[in-house]
Ligand binder design. Structure first.
Ligand code: PMP
Length: 289
């Protein structure tokens, strides 16, 4: 059976799911999105993702033409239709079809799209052995230009950094902010562990406020660890005992090298492994084994 894609309340076969070439989402990256995951039939932090989607839309002056709980229900029912208990969900809202000019007032019909599928961001063995990253020359968007807190359809900033990473033989790239401080990776938030304390760039570092980031901060604090959200420099990454990334698609993945410097002893560390394990139990609603 072909996967069904939900667009504005109607289900289409994957091959038939389309938007207009005049859609400003396509023409200008004008829209917002979310990436969610379902584990065992339950969407992880659905309300938080819906909340962030509406906040992003509000920030770019885009009105989502449906109620939050309606959209949440549509996500759940699309997963059911596609028989996906463990799946990845992409929620997209475009500004809709308009003229070839920028003026959003000339658009009509925002397209609300729900795609449910599977995703594997990094090869499975990297969760065990860890990822190597490099710093991209492309800095994260200046918050006064396009605030990274807005999860907009315009991901060119991140894609340019990702290209730099892959050209350097790394699957992820570290992005700095306009002040040269550590922000995040192209699709994940970054954490380091130093002397048993967990550190991550604060929200004002120019990052997306990751939902996985918050879940991991809460998990770490629950285990008695101190978590500090602060301004961070690359020096903090280079000299850390451990480093890991968090994201809906990535979950929790260890980083073992940054800019050709091994982090700690160059292997995934105990805090990272423990948080990875706890995160898996949390998303599946299972007690720790
Ligand atoms: N930063 C960026 C730039 C992202 O695109 C994402 C989501 N892929 C994240 C961080 C992680 O956010 P979340 O945990 O909410 O998926």
């Amino acid at each position: 059976m072909s996967l069904k894609v939900w667009i504005n309340g109607t289900l289409f076969d994957k091959a038939e799911a389309r938007v207009s070439v005049y859609d400003h989402g396509l023409l200008y990256g004008d829209g917002v999105f979310e990436g969610l995951r379902s584990y065992g039939g339950k969407v992880f932090r659905l309300e938080d993702h819906i909340h962030r989607l509406y906040a992003s839309a509000r920030s770019i002056h885009l009105e989502i033409p449906m109620a939050r709980d309606e959209l949440g229900e549509a996500v759940v029912s699309t997963l059911k239709v596609n028989n996906l208990a463990d799946g990845y969900i992409r929620l997209v809202v475009t500004r809709g079809a308009g003229s070839l000019g920028l003026d959003p007032r000339k658009t009509s019909d925002p397209q609300v799209i729900i795609i449910t599928d599977s995703i594997s961001l990094y090869p499975a063995e990297l969760y065990e052995h860890g990822l190597k990253i490099v710093t991209a020359g492309t800095i994260r968007n200046h918050p006064a230009a396009l605030n990274p807190r807005v999860k907009s359809l315009n991901y060119l900033n991140n894609i340019l950094a990702k290209i730099e990473g892959t050209n350097a033989g790394c699957l992820e790239a570290l992005m700095l902010n306009h002040q040269g401080h550590v922000a995040e990776c192209t699709g994940d938030n970054i954490f380091v562990v130093m002397h048993g304390v967990v550190h991550t760039p604060s929200v004002d570092s120019g990052i997306l406020e990751g939902i996985t980031r918050q879940a991991v901060i809460d998990l770490a604090r629950d285990t008695g660890l101190t978590v500090v959200e602060r301004t961070m420099d690359r020096h903090d990454v280079y000299t850390a005992d451990e480093c890991f990334l968090t994201g809906t698609a990535a979950e929790v993945i260890p980083v073992i090298e940054c800019d050709a410097r091994p982090i700690g002893d160059g292997r995934p560390g105990p805090v990272t492994k423990d948080l990875h394990h706890r995160f898996h139990s949390l998303v599946r609603g299972e007690p720790l084994a």
